[in-house]
Design a binder for this molecule. Structure first.
Ligand SMILES: [Zn+2]
Length: 437
């Protein structure tokens, strides 16, 4: 991983504030594995929830699925992963370091300049054994993508949910790839969570649906509040296209370490279903009542990385000002929507603040913070990305008003404590959508 100052600061903020920790840290960590802390898990839940909302609940033509991580090993023969899901590896004969041949600029060891071995192909699937015997006959794999669980359930879902083509199946779940060169914090990890949707269409309508999904998926990133200038499409050229794909676009984001892929919107044709027909001997075709035609549908896939999206949201929101560091997270994703603070820990302020807190947290994730100087408490919430702070001060005890502080402008306005929750809800909505009611 190249040293990148901005990323280093984000990594450090993530640890300090409880977004993301290195896995197994007390044992010195384990390469490229991470744990989501108290704030990270909330952010992750919010992102998965927004994806599920947009991809399943707001759509009549998409059904959800949660398939198992361990599947029949023949699935990975059919999908091509056993034969093709490999990286070309070379070893340095001198220092014994190992590299991906396709990432080397010269055919020499980049560490010591030594001579390299011939490339060997290394399969990226994690292998394990099912049952008590470790032998070739009971090898299973940790799934390298969630998509295959969708393909093999295509007819189960279609028939049980009484869907007609065009329709899609969506799932969120863990996938595993034994990457040789993971890196850039949580951008590329060996264990990760995917948010995938496979949309089944008549073969003549593939490009129409490709256009539809490109637009839908880009809009979803806008909904997360990301800077539109840092998002773009990249079309795969002929040399980049996967063996199964007819047309492929990636949604890219401009990180401090360059433009990187967030999501693939790919036309996988009928490759996957036909391969599963061939390997399983079961028909995976569909009879179209309206067209009076039986066919194997084409698939438009939208495949996003949840961990990648989290890193993008954090990197996009991160800002350093003279006086403070602030995460300008959209309320749509922010782990905490508000903090309630008594100015001092006496004179009835904590009691009044706690009443407000107890009321607000029924509706949203809220934090109560009574410890330390008020300035420092605000800074901590700015760094966490909490959009609003509500403070009970001495005036509150006299006239029943409280201050509402905006994270971004740092301006404070007074409102009656009785309706501060309604004001807060409206302000959160405005900050998220930019539209006044
Ligand atoms: Zn070397």
């Amino acid at each position: 991983m190249k040293k990148d100052k901005t990323m280093e600061k984000i990594v450090s903020l993530c640890k300090r504030r409880g977004y993301i920790f290195r896995s197994s840290e007390v044992y010195g960590g384990i390469n490229s594995c991470y744990d989501y802390g108290p704030l990270g898990v909330e952010l992750k839940k919010n992102i998965k929830e927004l994806w599920w909302q947009a991809m399943v609940r707001e759509r009549e033509d998409i059904e959800g699925l949660d398939s198992s991580i361990l599947m029949h090993p023949k699935i990975w023969e059919a999908s091509g992963h056993v034969d093709n899901f490999t990286d070309p590896l070379v070893d340095c004969k001198q220092c014994k370091n190992r590299f991906r041949e396709d990432e080397l600029e010269k055919p020499k060891c980049p560490v010591c300049g030594g001579e390299l071995t011939e490339a060997r192909s290394f399969n990226l699937m994690f292998k394990t054994y099912m049952g008590p015997i470790e032998g070739d006959s009971n090898v299973v794999y940790l799934r390298p993508e969630t998509a295959q669980g969708i393909y093999v359930n295509f007819l189960n879902v279609q028939l049980s949910a009484r869907q007609k083509i065009p329709f899609g199946i969506a799932q969120i779940g863990k996938a595993f790839r034994n990457e040789i060169t993971p890196g850039n914090f949580t951008f590329r990890t060996r264990e990760f969570e995917q948010m995938e949707m496979q949309f089944f269409v008549h073969p003549s309508e593939d490009s129409k649906w490709m256009d539809h999904w490109k637009e839908q998926r880009m809009n979803w990133y806008y909904r997360l509040g990301l800077n539109k200038n840092k998002l773009k499409f990249h079309e795969h050229g002929k040399d980049e296209l996967a063996h199964y794909a007819r047309e492929a676009y990636d949604i890219m984001y401009e990180f401090s370490f360059g433009w990187k892929e967030l999501e693939g919107v790919h036309n996988r044709t009928d490759f996957d279903l036909k391969r599963h027909e061939g390997h399983s001997g079961k028909k995976l075709s569909y009879f179209d009542d309206e067209r009076k035609e039986r066919y194997v549908p084409f698939i438009i896939e939208t495949s996003a990385g949840c961990d990648r999206t989290i890193l993008t949201v954090l990197a996009d929101a991160y800002e350093e000002e003279e006086e403070r560091t602030v995460l300008r997270l959209s309320p749509a994703v922010a782990p905490l929507k508000a903090v309630v603070l008594p100015l001092v820990n006496k004179d009835g302020m904590p009691e009044m603040a706690r009443n407000i807190y107890d009321d607000i947290r029924k509706d949203m994730n809220t934090f109560f913070d009574s410890g330390g100087a008020i300035g420092r408490r605000y800074r901590r919430q700015d760094e966490i990305g909490t959009p609003f702070g509500i403070t009970v001060d001495s005036q509150s005890l006299e006239d029943g008003t409280v201050t509402l502080r905006d994270r971004d402008s740092m301006e404070q306005e007074r409102y009656q404590a009785d309706n501060v929750k309604e004001v807060l809800i409206e302000k959160l909505r405005f900050k998220e959508t930019g539209v006044k009611k």
